[in-house]
Design a protein around this ligand. Structure first.
Ligand SMILES: [Zn+2]
Length: 60
């Protein structure tokens, strides 16, 4: 393999998104990915957004 191809491969791998844990929103059912703001409470996160968290009471 030529060196230029190796560089391209390396750049390609760097562009891949890091593997983040995902969950399914308990309100809208859409999958959402881990966010830094949830790093200390990811286990407790059930909704993809604050809006979904608020809507849960109305939908019941
Ligand atoms: Zn949602």
């Amino acid at each position: 393999m030529e060196p230029t191809n190796l560089v391209r491969l390396k750049k390609y791998q760097m562009h891949q998104k890091p593997h983040l844990p995902t969950k399914t929103c308990a309100n809208c059912g859409k999958p959402f990915a881990w966010r830094k703001k949830w790093q200390k409470m990811w286990i407790e996160v059930k909704y993809c957004s604050e809006r979904c968290g608020r809507n849960k009471n109305r939908l019941a």
